[in-house]
Design a protein around this ligand. Structure first.
Ligand code: GAP
Length: 578
Protein backbone atom coordinates (compact mmCIF):
# COMPACT_ATOMS: atom_id res chain seq x y z
CA UNK A 1 0.00 0.00 0.00
CA UNK A 2 1.32 3.46 -0.84
CA UNK A 3 1.63 6.12 1.85
CA UNK A 4 -1.44 7.90 0.43
CA UNK A 5 -3.53 4.71 0.28
CA UNK A 6 -2.82 3.64 3.86
CA UNK A 7 -3.56 7.19 5.00
CA UNK A 8 -6.90 7.24 3.18
CA UNK A 9 -7.74 3.85 4.74
CA UNK A 10 -6.94 5.17 8.24
CA UNK A 11 -8.75 8.44 7.52
CA UNK A 12 -11.98 6.61 6.63
CA UNK A 13 -11.73 4.05 9.43
CA UNK A 14 -11.00 6.57 12.17
CA UNK A 15 -13.20 9.44 10.99
CA UNK A 16 -10.74 11.96 9.59
CA UNK A 17 -12.28 12.22 6.12
CA UNK A 18 -14.25 10.16 3.62
CA UNK A 19 -15.91 10.64 0.19
CA UNK A 20 -19.16 12.64 0.40
CA UNK A 21 -22.66 11.51 -0.59
CA UNK A 22 -21.59 7.90 -1.15
CA UNK A 23 -25.16 6.69 -0.43
CA UNK A 24 -26.00 8.18 -3.84
CA UNK A 25 -22.85 7.07 -5.61
CA UNK A 26 -20.90 10.17 -4.56
CA UNK A 27 -19.36 12.88 -6.71
CA UNK A 28 -15.61 12.93 -7.32
CA UNK A 29 -13.70 15.71 -5.63
CA UNK A 30 -15.96 16.20 -2.59
CA UNK A 31 -14.92 14.97 0.86
CA UNK A 32 -16.53 15.15 4.28
CA UNK A 33 -14.36 15.72 7.32
CA UNK A 34 -15.49 13.35 10.09
CA UNK A 35 -15.21 14.17 13.80
CA UNK A 36 -11.42 13.68 13.99
CA UNK A 37 -10.80 15.51 10.72
CA UNK A 38 -13.05 18.44 11.57
CA UNK A 39 -11.25 18.85 14.91
CA UNK A 40 -7.82 18.65 13.24
CA UNK A 41 -8.96 21.14 10.57
CA UNK A 42 -10.18 23.61 13.11
CA UNK A 43 -6.94 23.26 15.14
CA UNK A 44 -4.87 23.95 12.03
CA UNK A 45 -7.07 26.93 11.12
CA UNK A 46 -6.72 28.27 14.68
CA UNK A 47 -2.93 27.94 14.48
CA UNK A 48 -3.02 29.79 11.13
CA UNK A 49 -5.24 32.51 12.57
CA UNK A 50 -2.96 32.84 15.57
CA UNK A 51 0.15 33.32 13.39
CA UNK A 52 -1.10 35.22 10.32
CA UNK A 53 -3.88 37.32 11.84
CA UNK A 54 -3.29 37.79 15.58
CA UNK A 55 0.54 37.84 15.70
CA UNK A 56 0.83 39.87 12.50
CA UNK A 57 -1.80 42.33 13.68
CA UNK A 58 -4.02 41.85 10.61
CA UNK A 59 -7.81 41.80 10.23
CA UNK A 60 -9.97 38.84 9.27
CA UNK A 61 -13.15 38.96 7.18
CA UNK A 62 -15.72 36.50 5.91
CA UNK A 63 -17.06 37.21 2.40
CA UNK A 64 -19.70 35.31 0.36
CA UNK A 65 -18.81 32.17 -1.58
CA UNK A 66 -20.86 33.29 -4.60
CA UNK A 67 -19.99 36.51 -6.38
CA UNK A 68 -21.50 38.13 -9.48
CA UNK A 69 -19.95 37.73 -12.92
CA UNK A 70 -18.42 41.23 -13.22
CA UNK A 71 -16.08 40.41 -10.30
CA UNK A 72 -14.53 37.60 -12.30
CA UNK A 73 -14.50 39.53 -15.56
CA UNK A 74 -12.39 42.10 -13.73
CA UNK A 75 -10.18 39.59 -11.91
CA UNK A 76 -9.35 37.77 -15.14
CA UNK A 77 -10.75 34.42 -13.96
CA UNK A 78 -13.48 34.34 -16.58
CA UNK A 79 -10.95 34.56 -19.40
CA UNK A 80 -7.85 33.01 -17.93
CA UNK A 81 -8.62 30.52 -15.18
CA UNK A 82 -8.25 27.46 -17.37
CA UNK A 83 -6.63 24.04 -17.27
CA UNK A 84 -5.70 21.90 -20.27
CA UNK A 85 -8.27 19.25 -21.08
CA UNK A 86 -8.09 16.30 -23.47
CA UNK A 87 -11.11 14.11 -24.21
CA UNK A 88 -10.82 10.46 -25.17
CA UNK A 89 -12.31 9.87 -28.65
CA UNK A 90 -13.31 6.34 -27.64
CA UNK A 91 -14.89 6.46 -24.16
CA UNK A 92 -15.43 10.23 -23.79
CA UNK A 93 -13.52 10.44 -20.47
CA UNK A 94 -11.83 13.80 -19.91
CA UNK A 95 -8.36 14.19 -18.45
CA UNK A 96 -5.99 16.94 -17.48
CA UNK A 97 -3.60 16.94 -20.41
CA UNK A 98 -0.60 18.41 -18.60
CA UNK A 99 -0.90 15.83 -15.81
CA UNK A 100 -0.94 12.98 -18.33
CA UNK A 101 2.32 14.34 -19.74
CA UNK A 102 3.86 14.68 -16.26
CA UNK A 103 2.79 11.14 -15.33
CA UNK A 104 4.22 9.61 -18.52
CA UNK A 105 7.42 11.61 -19.13
CA UNK A 106 10.27 13.22 -17.17
CA UNK A 107 8.64 16.65 -17.54
CA UNK A 108 7.78 18.07 -14.11
CA UNK A 109 5.74 21.20 -14.94
CA UNK A 110 3.82 20.60 -18.18
CA UNK A 111 1.33 23.31 -17.13
CA UNK A 112 3.82 25.92 -18.31
CA UNK A 113 3.87 24.50 -21.88
CA UNK A 114 1.63 25.70 -24.75
CA UNK A 115 -1.36 23.48 -25.60
CA UNK A 116 0.08 22.44 -29.00
CA UNK A 117 3.30 21.24 -27.37
CA UNK A 118 1.32 19.17 -24.84
CA UNK A 119 -0.69 17.68 -27.71
CA UNK A 120 2.57 16.76 -29.51
CA UNK A 121 4.00 15.23 -26.33
CA UNK A 122 0.87 13.08 -25.90
CA UNK A 123 1.30 11.79 -29.45
CA UNK A 124 5.11 11.37 -29.25
CA UNK A 125 4.96 9.38 -26.01
CA UNK A 126 2.01 7.25 -27.11
CA UNK A 127 0.00 8.38 -24.08
CA UNK A 128 -3.26 6.47 -23.65
CA UNK A 129 -6.59 7.26 -22.02
CA UNK A 130 -6.22 6.08 -18.39
CA UNK A 131 -9.87 4.91 -18.44
CA UNK A 132 -10.00 2.75 -21.60
CA UNK A 133 -6.35 2.65 -22.80
CA UNK A 134 -7.13 4.04 -26.26
CA UNK A 135 -4.39 6.26 -27.72
CA UNK A 136 -4.96 9.98 -27.13
CA UNK A 137 -2.71 10.96 -30.06
CA UNK A 138 -4.33 13.64 -32.25
CA UNK A 139 -7.03 14.44 -29.70
CA UNK A 140 -7.17 18.25 -29.32
CA UNK A 141 -5.90 19.81 -26.08
CA UNK A 142 -8.32 22.60 -25.14
CA UNK A 143 -8.71 25.12 -22.33
CA UNK A 144 -11.34 24.39 -19.69
CA UNK A 145 -12.50 27.13 -17.31
CA UNK A 146 -12.50 25.82 -13.74
CA UNK A 147 -15.17 28.05 -12.26
CA UNK A 148 -18.56 26.67 -11.18
CA UNK A 149 -21.29 28.84 -12.69
CA UNK A 150 -24.70 29.48 -11.17
CA UNK A 151 -27.58 31.95 -11.49
CA UNK A 152 -28.25 34.54 -8.86
CA UNK A 153 -32.02 34.63 -8.39
CA UNK A 154 -34.53 33.09 -10.81
CA UNK A 155 -33.74 33.15 -14.52
CA UNK A 156 -30.34 33.54 -16.08
CA UNK A 157 -29.98 37.30 -16.31
CA UNK A 158 -27.61 37.50 -13.39
CA UNK A 159 -24.88 34.87 -13.62
CA UNK A 160 -22.69 34.25 -10.62
CA UNK A 161 -19.74 32.01 -9.82
CA UNK A 162 -18.55 30.13 -6.79
CA UNK A 163 -15.32 31.86 -5.95
CA UNK A 164 -12.23 29.98 -7.16
CA UNK A 165 -10.10 31.76 -4.53
CA UNK A 166 -11.14 33.53 -1.34
CA UNK A 167 -8.87 36.44 -2.30
CA UNK A 168 -11.41 38.14 -4.59
CA UNK A 169 -13.76 38.66 -1.63
CA UNK A 170 -11.00 40.78 -0.10
CA UNK A 171 -9.90 42.69 -3.21
CA UNK A 172 -13.44 43.71 -4.20
CA UNK A 173 -14.05 45.23 -0.77
CA UNK A 174 -10.74 47.10 -0.68
CA UNK A 175 -12.32 50.61 -0.51
CA UNK A 176 -14.20 49.74 2.73
CA UNK A 177 -11.38 47.64 4.16
CA UNK A 178 -8.93 50.45 3.58
CA UNK A 179 -11.19 52.81 5.51
CA UNK A 180 -11.34 50.38 8.43
CA UNK A 181 -7.53 50.40 8.38
CA UNK A 182 -7.71 54.24 8.53
CA UNK A 183 -6.17 54.32 5.04
CA UNK A 184 -2.78 53.54 6.56
CA UNK A 185 -0.50 51.20 4.66
CA UNK A 186 0.68 48.55 5.19
CA UNK A 187 -2.29 46.51 6.37
CA UNK A 188 -3.33 42.92 5.89
CA UNK A 189 -6.72 41.29 5.48
CA UNK A 190 -7.12 37.54 5.95
CA UNK A 191 -9.87 35.09 5.24
CA UNK A 192 -10.37 31.40 5.92
CA UNK A 193 -13.14 30.02 3.73
CA UNK A 194 -14.29 27.75 0.96
CA UNK A 195 -13.03 27.96 -2.63
CA UNK A 196 -14.43 25.96 -5.55
CA UNK A 197 -12.78 24.67 -8.70
CA UNK A 198 -14.37 22.28 -11.17
CA UNK A 199 -11.16 20.26 -11.45
CA UNK A 200 -10.94 18.09 -14.57
CA UNK A 201 -9.48 15.12 -12.69
CA UNK A 202 -9.81 15.24 -8.90
CA UNK A 203 -7.22 12.94 -7.35
CA UNK A 204 -5.29 11.84 -4.28
CA UNK A 205 -8.16 12.34 -1.82
CA UNK A 206 -7.77 15.82 -0.28
CA UNK A 207 -5.00 16.90 -2.66
CA UNK A 208 -7.05 17.82 -5.72
CA UNK A 209 -10.69 18.39 -4.86
CA UNK A 210 -13.52 20.53 -6.19
CA UNK A 211 -14.45 22.23 -2.92
CA UNK A 212 -11.71 23.10 -0.46
CA UNK A 213 -10.76 25.55 2.27
CA UNK A 214 -8.21 28.26 1.71
CA UNK A 215 -6.54 30.43 4.34
CA UNK A 216 -5.39 33.52 2.51
CA UNK A 217 -3.73 36.72 3.57
CA UNK A 218 -3.70 39.78 1.31
CA UNK A 219 -1.07 42.17 2.62
CA UNK A 220 -1.46 45.63 1.08
CA UNK A 221 1.79 47.59 0.97
CA UNK A 222 3.25 50.82 -0.38
CA UNK A 223 5.92 49.33 -2.70
CA UNK A 224 8.02 52.51 -2.48
CA UNK A 225 8.23 52.74 1.29
CA UNK A 226 7.05 49.75 3.27
CA UNK A 227 9.52 47.13 4.38
CA UNK A 228 8.80 43.84 6.16
CA UNK A 229 10.32 43.13 9.60
CA UNK A 230 12.86 40.83 7.95
CA UNK A 231 15.17 40.80 10.99
CA UNK A 232 12.55 38.73 12.85
CA UNK A 233 13.07 35.76 10.52
CA UNK A 234 16.40 36.48 8.83
CA UNK A 235 18.13 33.43 10.35
CA UNK A 236 15.42 30.96 9.38
CA UNK A 237 16.76 28.44 6.87
CA UNK A 238 14.75 28.04 3.66
CA UNK A 239 15.02 24.97 1.41
CA UNK A 240 14.80 26.73 -1.97
CA UNK A 241 14.40 25.29 -5.45
CA UNK A 242 14.66 28.33 -7.69
CA UNK A 243 13.44 28.63 -11.30
CA UNK A 244 17.09 28.92 -12.41
CA UNK A 245 17.98 25.69 -10.59
CA UNK A 246 15.01 23.90 -12.18
CA UNK A 247 16.11 25.04 -15.62
CA UNK A 248 19.79 24.18 -15.24
CA UNK A 249 21.04 20.64 -15.75
CA UNK A 250 22.95 20.36 -12.48
CA UNK A 251 20.73 22.67 -10.40
CA UNK A 252 19.33 21.40 -7.13
CA UNK A 253 17.91 22.68 -3.90
CA UNK A 254 19.76 25.30 -1.90
CA UNK A 255 19.57 25.79 1.85
CA UNK A 256 19.81 29.53 2.48
CA UNK A 257 18.76 31.75 5.35
CA UNK A 258 16.07 34.31 4.63
CA UNK A 259 18.76 37.03 4.70
CA UNK A 260 21.05 35.13 2.29
CA UNK A 261 18.15 34.44 -0.09
CA UNK A 262 17.37 38.16 -0.26
CA UNK A 263 21.00 39.33 -0.46
CA UNK A 264 21.76 36.87 -3.27
CA UNK A 265 18.62 37.90 -5.16
CA UNK A 266 17.25 34.32 -5.12
CA UNK A 267 14.01 35.57 -3.57
CA UNK A 268 13.48 38.95 -5.16
CA UNK A 269 10.80 40.43 -2.91
CA UNK A 270 11.70 40.98 0.74
CA UNK A 271 8.01 40.63 1.54
CA UNK A 272 7.80 37.20 -0.05
CA UNK A 273 11.04 36.23 1.75
CA UNK A 274 9.56 37.42 5.05
CA UNK A 275 6.50 35.22 4.63
CA UNK A 276 8.64 32.23 3.59
CA UNK A 277 10.50 32.67 6.90
CA UNK A 278 7.33 33.04 8.97
CA UNK A 279 5.75 30.06 7.23
CA UNK A 280 8.77 27.75 7.66
CA UNK A 281 8.32 28.09 11.42
CA UNK A 282 4.55 27.66 11.10
CA UNK A 283 4.76 24.44 9.04
CA UNK A 284 7.08 22.99 11.67
CA UNK A 285 4.64 24.01 14.39
CA UNK A 286 1.70 22.19 12.78
CA UNK A 287 3.68 19.01 12.13
CA UNK A 288 5.05 19.14 8.57
CA UNK A 289 8.24 17.04 8.37
CA UNK A 290 10.74 19.68 7.23
CA UNK A 291 12.98 16.99 5.70
CA UNK A 292 10.15 16.41 3.21
CA UNK A 293 9.52 20.03 2.36
CA UNK A 294 10.77 22.69 -0.08
CA UNK A 295 9.95 26.06 -1.62
CA UNK A 296 9.81 25.88 -5.42
CA UNK A 297 9.78 29.00 -7.56
CA UNK A 298 7.30 29.08 -10.44
CA UNK A 299 8.73 28.92 -13.93
CA UNK A 300 7.79 31.94 -16.06
CA UNK A 301 5.09 30.08 -18.07
CA UNK A 302 3.58 28.58 -14.94
CA UNK A 303 2.75 31.78 -13.07
CA UNK A 304 -0.90 32.75 -12.56
CA UNK A 305 -2.16 35.67 -14.64
CA UNK A 306 -1.87 38.05 -11.66
CA UNK A 307 1.56 37.13 -10.24
CA UNK A 308 4.93 38.68 -11.04
CA UNK A 309 6.79 36.24 -8.79
CA UNK A 310 5.55 33.13 -7.06
CA UNK A 311 7.01 30.46 -4.79
CA UNK A 312 5.13 27.33 -3.79
CA UNK A 313 5.61 25.55 -0.49
CA UNK A 314 5.68 21.86 -1.43
CA UNK A 315 5.55 18.75 0.73
CA UNK A 316 6.61 15.29 -0.30
CA UNK A 317 4.21 12.35 0.00
CA UNK A 318 4.69 9.04 -1.83
CA UNK A 319 7.66 10.53 -3.70
CA UNK A 320 5.46 13.28 -5.23
CA UNK A 321 5.73 16.96 -4.44
CA UNK A 322 2.39 18.58 -3.50
CA UNK A 323 1.85 22.34 -3.58
CA UNK A 324 0.46 23.25 -0.16
CA UNK A 325 0.79 27.05 -0.29
CA UNK A 326 1.39 29.68 -2.94
CA UNK A 327 3.34 32.85 -2.07
CA UNK A 328 2.67 35.42 -4.79
CA UNK A 329 3.71 38.99 -5.39
CA UNK A 330 0.48 40.17 -7.07
CA UNK A 331 1.61 43.80 -7.55
CA UNK A 332 -1.33 46.15 -8.15
CA UNK A 333 -2.95 43.79 -10.68
CA UNK A 334 -6.15 43.07 -8.74
CA UNK A 335 -6.83 46.55 -7.41
CA UNK A 336 -6.17 48.11 -10.85
CA UNK A 337 -8.52 45.67 -12.54
CA UNK A 338 -11.33 46.23 -10.05
CA UNK A 339 -10.84 50.02 -10.33
CA UNK A 340 -10.94 49.83 -14.13
CA UNK A 341 -14.05 47.61 -14.28
CA UNK A 342 -16.08 49.11 -11.42
CA UNK A 343 -15.11 52.78 -11.76
CA UNK A 344 -14.58 52.88 -7.95
CA UNK A 345 -11.55 54.28 -6.20
CA UNK A 346 -9.10 51.50 -5.30
CA UNK A 347 -6.31 53.75 -4.08
CA UNK A 348 -5.21 55.14 -0.74
CA UNK A 349 -4.28 58.75 -0.12
CA UNK A 350 -0.67 58.96 0.97
CA UNK A 351 -0.04 62.07 3.03
CA UNK A 352 3.36 63.74 2.57
CA UNK A 353 5.38 64.63 5.71
CA UNK A 354 5.39 68.25 4.44
CA UNK A 355 3.17 69.78 1.73
CA UNK A 356 5.05 70.22 -1.56
CA UNK A 357 4.69 72.79 -4.33
CA UNK A 358 4.60 71.42 -7.86
CA UNK A 359 3.91 72.77 -11.32
CA UNK A 360 0.68 71.31 -12.66
CA UNK A 361 -0.36 71.57 -16.35
CA UNK A 362 -4.11 71.83 -16.93
CA UNK A 363 -6.52 72.52 -19.78
CA UNK A 364 -10.01 74.01 -19.80
CA UNK A 365 -11.07 73.38 -23.42
CA UNK A 366 -13.53 75.78 -25.01
CA UNK A 367 -16.55 73.54 -25.63
CA UNK A 368 -18.18 76.15 -27.89
CA UNK A 369 -15.26 75.40 -30.23
CA UNK A 370 -14.96 71.60 -29.66
CA UNK A 371 -18.74 70.97 -29.97
CA UNK A 372 -19.27 72.26 -33.53
CA UNK A 373 -15.83 70.99 -34.57
CA UNK A 374 -16.00 67.36 -33.27
CA UNK A 375 -19.70 66.74 -32.66
CA UNK A 376 -20.31 63.55 -30.59
CA UNK A 377 -16.55 63.14 -30.00
CA UNK A 378 -16.17 66.56 -28.32
CA UNK A 379 -16.32 65.22 -24.75
CA UNK A 380 -13.79 62.49 -25.50
CA UNK A 381 -11.48 65.00 -27.17
CA UNK A 382 -11.66 67.21 -24.05
CA UNK A 383 -10.80 64.21 -21.84
CA UNK A 384 -7.92 63.26 -24.10
CA UNK A 385 -6.55 66.82 -23.96
CA UNK A 386 -6.73 66.75 -20.17
CA UNK A 387 -4.89 63.44 -20.01
CA UNK A 388 -2.26 64.64 -22.46
CA UNK A 389 -1.63 67.85 -20.47
CA UNK A 390 -0.99 65.75 -17.38
CA UNK A 391 1.20 63.23 -19.19
CA UNK A 392 3.14 65.41 -21.63
CA UNK A 393 2.74 69.19 -21.20
CA UNK A 394 5.40 69.77 -23.89
CA UNK A 395 2.85 68.64 -26.49
CA UNK A 396 1.16 72.05 -26.01
CA UNK A 397 4.32 74.01 -26.98
CA UNK A 398 3.23 74.51 -30.61
CA UNK A 399 0.19 76.25 -32.04
CA UNK A 400 -1.72 73.00 -32.44
CA UNK A 401 -2.02 69.81 -30.44
CA UNK A 402 -3.18 66.38 -31.69
CA UNK A 403 -4.98 63.72 -29.64
CA UNK A 404 -6.29 60.30 -30.57
CA UNK A 405 -9.85 59.21 -29.83
CA UNK A 406 -10.87 55.67 -30.80
CA UNK A 407 -7.95 55.43 -33.22
CA UNK A 408 -8.80 58.72 -34.95
CA UNK A 409 -6.53 61.81 -34.74
CA UNK A 410 -8.08 65.15 -33.78
CA UNK A 411 -6.09 68.39 -34.02
CA UNK A 412 -7.02 71.39 -31.84
CA UNK A 413 -5.52 74.92 -31.78
CA UNK A 414 -3.73 75.23 -28.43
CA UNK A 415 -5.44 78.58 -27.72
CA UNK A 416 -8.82 76.75 -27.69
CA UNK A 417 -7.58 74.41 -24.94
CA UNK A 418 -6.85 77.19 -22.39
CA UNK A 419 -3.66 75.35 -21.50
CA UNK A 420 -1.82 76.71 -18.46
CA UNK A 421 0.89 75.63 -16.02
CA UNK A 422 0.28 76.70 -12.43
CA UNK A 423 2.03 76.16 -9.13
CA UNK A 424 -0.06 74.12 -6.74
CA UNK A 425 0.48 72.92 -3.19
CA UNK A 426 -0.08 69.21 -2.65
CA UNK A 427 -0.49 67.46 0.69
CA UNK A 428 -0.16 63.94 -0.67
CA UNK A 429 -1.02 61.64 -3.56
CA UNK A 430 -3.27 58.71 -4.37
CA UNK A 431 -1.31 55.49 -4.69
CA UNK A 432 -2.37 51.99 -5.62
CA UNK A 433 -1.06 49.50 -3.04
CA UNK A 434 0.75 46.34 -4.08
CA UNK A 435 -0.30 42.98 -2.69
CA UNK A 436 1.75 40.18 -1.20
CA UNK A 437 -0.23 36.99 -0.80
CA UNK A 438 0.44 33.79 1.12
CA UNK A 439 -2.38 31.42 0.09
CA UNK A 440 -2.71 28.16 2.03
CA UNK A 441 -4.76 25.13 1.04
CA UNK A 442 -5.99 23.78 4.38
CA UNK A 443 -6.91 20.32 3.03
CA UNK A 444 -3.47 19.76 1.53
CA UNK A 445 -1.85 20.79 4.80
CA UNK A 446 -4.06 18.32 6.66
CA UNK A 447 -3.12 15.59 4.16
CA UNK A 448 0.59 16.40 4.57
CA UNK A 449 0.46 16.59 8.35
CA UNK A 450 -1.33 13.24 8.57
CA UNK A 451 0.97 11.56 6.05
CA UNK A 452 4.07 12.88 7.83
CA UNK A 453 2.69 11.96 11.27
CA UNK A 454 1.89 8.36 10.33
CA UNK A 455 4.27 6.06 12.24
CA UNK A 456 4.47 2.36 12.97
CA UNK A 457 6.43 0.52 15.65
CA UNK A 458 6.11 -2.61 17.73
CA UNK A 459 4.50 -2.68 21.15
CA UNK A 460 4.22 -5.92 23.18
CA UNK A 461 5.13 -7.92 20.07
CA UNK A 462 2.40 -6.35 17.95
CA UNK A 463 2.65 -3.76 15.22
CA UNK A 464 1.23 -0.43 16.30
CA UNK A 465 0.17 2.54 14.13
CA UNK A 466 0.18 5.99 15.66
CA UNK A 467 0.08 9.59 14.50
CA UNK A 468 2.77 11.73 16.10
CA UNK A 469 0.75 14.91 15.72
CA UNK A 470 1.86 17.93 17.74
CA UNK A 471 -0.45 18.15 20.81
CA UNK A 472 -1.71 21.56 19.61
CA UNK A 473 -3.03 19.93 16.41
CA UNK A 474 -4.24 16.58 17.77
CA UNK A 475 -8.06 16.27 17.58
CA UNK A 476 -8.09 15.02 21.17
CA UNK A 477 -5.54 15.99 23.82
CA UNK A 478 -6.43 13.42 26.46
CA UNK A 479 -8.13 10.02 26.39
CA UNK A 480 -9.68 9.10 29.74
CA UNK A 481 -10.34 5.42 30.51
CA UNK A 482 -11.75 3.64 33.56
CA UNK A 483 -10.00 0.28 33.79
CA UNK A 484 -13.43 -1.29 34.32
CA UNK A 485 -16.97 -0.02 34.54
CA UNK A 486 -17.44 -1.07 38.16
CA UNK A 487 -16.66 -0.28 41.81
CA UNK A 488 -16.76 3.47 41.21
CA UNK A 489 -13.95 3.60 38.62
CA UNK A 490 -16.29 4.82 35.85
CA UNK A 491 -17.72 7.56 38.09
CA UNK A 492 -14.24 8.77 39.07
CA UNK A 493 -13.05 8.64 35.44
CA UNK A 494 -16.11 10.54 34.32
CA UNK A 495 -15.51 13.25 36.97
CA UNK A 496 -11.87 13.54 35.88
CA UNK A 497 -12.93 13.85 32.22
CA UNK A 498 -15.34 16.65 33.19
CA UNK A 499 -12.63 18.47 35.15
CA UNK A 500 -10.19 18.24 32.24
CA UNK A 501 -12.86 19.55 29.84
CA UNK A 502 -13.65 22.40 32.23
CA UNK A 503 -9.95 23.29 32.15
CA UNK A 504 -10.23 23.69 28.37
CA UNK A 505 -8.65 20.39 27.27
CA UNK A 506 -10.14 18.32 24.48
CA UNK A 507 -11.08 14.96 26.04
CA UNK A 508 -12.36 11.62 24.77
CA UNK A 509 -13.91 9.26 27.33
CA UNK A 510 -13.69 5.61 26.37
CA UNK A 511 -14.84 2.66 28.51
CA UNK A 512 -15.26 -0.02 25.84
CA UNK A 513 -12.94 -2.96 25.25
CA UNK A 514 -9.59 -3.98 26.62
CA UNK A 515 -7.35 -1.15 27.78
CA UNK A 516 -4.73 -2.03 25.14
CA UNK A 517 -7.30 -1.61 22.37
CA UNK A 518 -8.37 1.74 23.79
CA UNK A 519 -4.74 2.90 23.72
CA UNK A 520 -4.45 1.77 20.08
CA UNK A 521 -7.60 3.69 19.09
CA UNK A 522 -6.22 6.87 20.60
CA UNK A 523 -2.75 6.24 19.10
CA UNK A 524 -4.31 6.01 15.64
CA UNK A 525 -5.98 9.41 15.96
CA UNK A 526 -2.87 11.00 17.46
CA UNK A 527 -4.06 11.59 21.06
CA UNK A 528 -0.83 12.51 22.86
CA UNK A 529 -1.85 11.51 26.43
CA UNK A 530 -4.14 8.90 27.97
CA UNK A 531 -5.23 8.71 31.60
CA UNK A 532 -6.30 5.40 33.13
CA UNK A 533 -8.24 5.13 36.38
CA UNK A 534 -7.80 1.78 38.17
CA UNK A 535 -8.51 0.20 41.57
CA UNK A 536 -5.46 1.92 43.09
CA UNK A 537 -6.79 5.31 41.96
CA UNK A 538 -9.78 4.81 44.25
CA UNK A 539 -7.36 4.27 47.15
CA UNK A 540 -4.45 6.66 46.52
CA UNK A 541 -5.98 9.41 44.33
CA UNK A 542 -3.43 8.77 41.56
CA UNK A 543 -3.91 7.81 37.91
CA UNK A 544 -1.70 6.37 35.16
CA UNK A 545 -0.72 8.87 32.47
CA UNK A 546 0.63 7.38 29.24
CA UNK A 547 2.54 9.20 26.53
CA UNK A 548 1.65 8.26 22.95
CA UNK A 549 5.02 8.18 21.17
CA UNK A 550 7.09 6.38 23.82
CA UNK A 551 4.14 4.52 25.43
CA UNK A 552 5.88 5.38 28.72
CA UNK A 553 3.57 5.51 31.77
CA UNK A 554 3.72 7.50 35.04
CA UNK A 555 1.53 7.65 38.14
CA UNK A 556 0.32 11.19 38.89
CA UNK A 557 -2.03 12.65 41.50
CA UNK A 558 -5.52 13.59 40.27
CA UNK A 559 -5.00 16.84 42.09
CA UNK A 560 -3.28 19.21 39.65
CA UNK A 561 -3.69 16.77 36.71
CA UNK A 562 -5.41 19.28 34.41
CA UNK A 563 -2.65 21.84 34.93
CA UNK A 564 0.10 19.30 34.22
CA UNK A 565 -1.59 17.96 31.08
CA UNK A 566 -2.13 21.47 29.82
CA UNK A 567 1.54 22.32 30.36
CA UNK A 568 2.55 19.10 28.60
CA UNK A 569 0.30 19.96 25.65
CA UNK A 570 1.72 23.47 25.29
CA UNK A 571 5.32 22.23 25.57
CA UNK A 572 5.85 23.98 28.88
CA UNK A 573 6.64 20.59 30.49
CA UNK A 574 8.10 17.39 29.05
CA UNK A 575 7.01 13.92 30.05
CA UNK A 576 10.45 13.41 31.65
CA UNK A 577 9.83 16.49 33.84
CA UNK A 578 6.84 14.84 35.50
N1 GAP B 1 -5.28 33.19 -4.25
C1 GAP B 1 -4.23 32.46 -4.82
C2 GAP B 1 -4.57 31.07 -5.11
O1 GAP B 1 -5.71 30.66 -5.03
P1 GAP B 1 -3.51 28.80 -5.85
O2 GAP B 1 -2.07 28.41 -5.93
O3 GAP B 1 -4.36 28.57 -7.02
O4 GAP B 1 -3.49 30.34 -5.45
C3 GAP B 1 -3.65 28.27 -3.30
O5 GAP B 1 -4.18 28.09 -4.59
C4 GAP B 1 -3.65 26.96 -2.56
O6 GAP B 1 -4.95 26.38 -2.57
C5 GAP B 1 -2.75 25.89 -3.17
O7 GAP B 1 -1.42 26.04 -2.75
C6 GAP B 1 -3.38 24.61 -2.66
O8 GAP B 1 -2.89 24.33 -1.36
C7 GAP B 1 -4.84 24.98 -2.57
N2 GAP B 1 -5.57 24.40 -3.73
C8 GAP B 1 -5.68 24.92 -4.96
N3 GAP B 1 -6.44 24.12 -5.74
C9 GAP B 1 -6.82 23.07 -4.98
C10 GAP B 1 -7.63 21.91 -5.21
N4 GAP B 1 -8.22 21.70 -6.37
N5 GAP B 1 -7.79 21.03 -4.19
C11 GAP B 1 -7.21 21.26 -2.98
N6 GAP B 1 -6.46 22.34 -2.71
C12 GAP B 1 -6.26 23.25 -3.69
Amino acid sequence: MSEGERLTELAKRRGFYFPSSSAYGGAAGFWTYGPQGAALKSNIEDAWRDRYVVKEGHQEISAPDIMPEPVFEASGHLDGFDDMIVECGECGATHRADHLVEDNTDIEEAESLPNEEVMDLIADHGIECPSCHTSLADQPVDNFNLMFETNIGPGSSSPGYLRPETAQGIFVEFPQLSEYARNQLPFGVAQIGKAYRNEISPRKSLVRVREFTQAELEHFIDPEEDEPPLAEVEDVTLPLYSAAAQESEDGGMQELTVREAVDQGIVESEWVAYYLGVSTEWYERVGVDMDRFRYRQHLAGERAHYASDCWDAESEVDGDWIEITGFAYRGDYDLSKHAEHSGEDYTVFKQYDEPITVERATVDPDMSYLGPEFGGDAGAVADALEALAERNPDAFDDDEVTVEVDGESHTVPVEETNFSVDEVTENGEHIRPHVVEPSFGVGRIIYTVLAHAYETDEVDGEERTYLDLPPEQAPTTVGVFPLMDKDGMAELASDIADDLRAAGLSVTYDDSGAIGRRYRRQDEVGTPYCVTIDYESLEDGEVTVRERDTTEQKRLPIDGLADRLERLATGDLTFDDL
